[in-house]
Design a protein around this ligand. Structure first.
Ligand SMILES: Nc1ncnc2c1ncn2[C@@H]1O[C@H](COP(=O)(O)OP(=O)(O)OP(=O)(O)O)[C@@H](O)[C@H]1O
Ligand SMILES: [Mg+2]
Length: 370
């Protein structure tokens, strides 16, 4: 068992509780909130797709709130899933402290306000965000997202699950983050992410491209030209925060490997922004990596959708058209490492039939982990 799971298991088995916020701000008692079902008179809307929680939009005294309620039994086997509700209450406890402190509140303005949470009662009450899923990836939205993620990293928090269901945009074009079930602690001065120094591959821009952007482009049916233009905005926004991140790392005497990595990433993105041809190449390499990673995720969880099929077909096309580039750019990693073009095609054809076998039914469609 990894350390995080051990600590969470210990907490789970202890008598300790974790409460966030002030009970006076609760519109009804926490005990009553915990008894909420879809039939409760104050429930306006139910989101039932979560594996570890149910989410309700509720209305009390003319004000809307979001109530996230822990399922008695998680619908997911792995420990990350089993502890994701506890993990979220832990994250919110800290976020609320830094949101409430005047020096840090602005940096975390895109993080939803927690009104009250009680782990043992299994409730998290938040502001209701009147928003919509991301429809247009504007520079402003990307900048809000990446700067929030950078601020999180600076306080030692790494977000893994930036899927479409975990991002909302309100009518003022403000971005909101509200699901922290898969946001884990790490040391930003000595580690790349919450997996330590094992896999620098996983970083904020990659997480966004893997969990959101690569699938979103396929679902939107964007033309290649349009996709490249949005990709340019993504990398430009990443370059902007990486410059700041790098000087922060240096000021705080981060390990050389860590600051070097941030600098190398910034230079790689900057170089790509300098010419259409190198932007095209980076687009191919990044989308290949993101599709490859997300396909494995969906296969692992036996939770494939029509987008997973599109992803595998795109990967097959990319192998066909860009094999030498992928090889040269180290895009063949993990299970793809060292494979010839034929072996790769073979492998992804097999995955294609598995993906078709593991299609979720429409009523069980968790497009996110949490
Ligand atoms: N504060 C909020 N304001 C408005 N809508 C919200 C808020 N929180 C959640 N939602 C809506 O509810 C959906 C599910 O919420 P959330 O992502 O927190 O849980 P989940 O992913 O379903 O849970 P699980 O961790 O069990 O998988 C979101 O995709 C969003 O549409
Ligand atoms: Mg979610």
């Amino acid at each position: 068992m990894i350390k995080r799971h051990e600590k969470q298991q210990q907490f789970e088995e202890s008598d300790a509780n974790l409460i966030v916020g002030n009970i006076e701000k609760c519109p009804i008692s926490p005990q009553q909130l915990a008894l909420t079902t879809s039939d409760s008179p104050y429930v306006v809307q139910t989101f039932n797709s979560g594996l570890t929680a149910e989410v309700y939009r509720i209305r009390l005294n003319g004000k809307d709130y979001t109530l996230k309620k822990k399922r008695p039994v998680a619908r997911v086997q792995n420990l990350d899933g089993q502890f994701s509700f506890l993990n979220e209450v832990q994250r919110r406890s800290y976020f609320q402290q830094i949101k409430d402190a005047p020096q840090t509140s602005d940096a975390f303005r895109c993080i939803v306000e927690t009104i009250y949470a009680d782990y043992r009662l299994g409730i998290i009450l938040s502001d209701w965000i009147e928003g919509e899923p991301v429809k247009k990836l504007t520079p402003s939205l990307l900048s809000q997202l990446f700067s929030t993620l950078t601020e999180c990293e600076k306080v030692g928090l790494f977000e893994w699950d930036l899927c479409a269901g975990n991002l909302l945009v309100d009518s003022n074009q403000k971005l909101w983050l509200f699901d922290f079930g898969y946001m884990y602690e790490f040391d930003p001065l000595t580690e790349f992410n919450s997996d330590g120094t094992n896999a620098p591959l996983f970083q904020f821009c990659e997480r966004f491209e893997t969990r959101f952007f690569s699938g979103w482009l396929l679902e939107q049916g964007c033309s290649h030209r349009q996709s490249i233009e949005v990709f340019r905005n993504v990398k430009q926004a990443a370059v902007n925060v990486l410059a700041e991140k790098k000087s922060w790392l240096q000021r705080h005497r981060a390990d050389r490997a860590i600051s070097h990595f941030a600098e190398a990433l910034r230079e790689q993105y900057l170089t790509a922004l300098e010419s259409d041809a190198s932007l095209e190449n980076l687009f191919t390499v990044e989308m290949f990596r993101s599709h490859v990673l997300d396909i494995e995720d969906d296969l692992d969880g036996k939770s494939c959708t029509s987008t997973t099929i599109k992803r595998v077909n795109t990967v097959l096309e990319m192998i066909e058209n860009f094999y030498p580039l992928l090889q040269e750019q180290d895009a063949l990693f993990f299970h793809n490492e060292g494979k010839s073009k034929e072996q790769l095609i073979n492998s992804y054809q097999k995955k294609l039939s598995l993906v078709k076998q593991y299609q979720l039914q429409p009523d069980e469609c968790p497009r996110d982990h949490g």
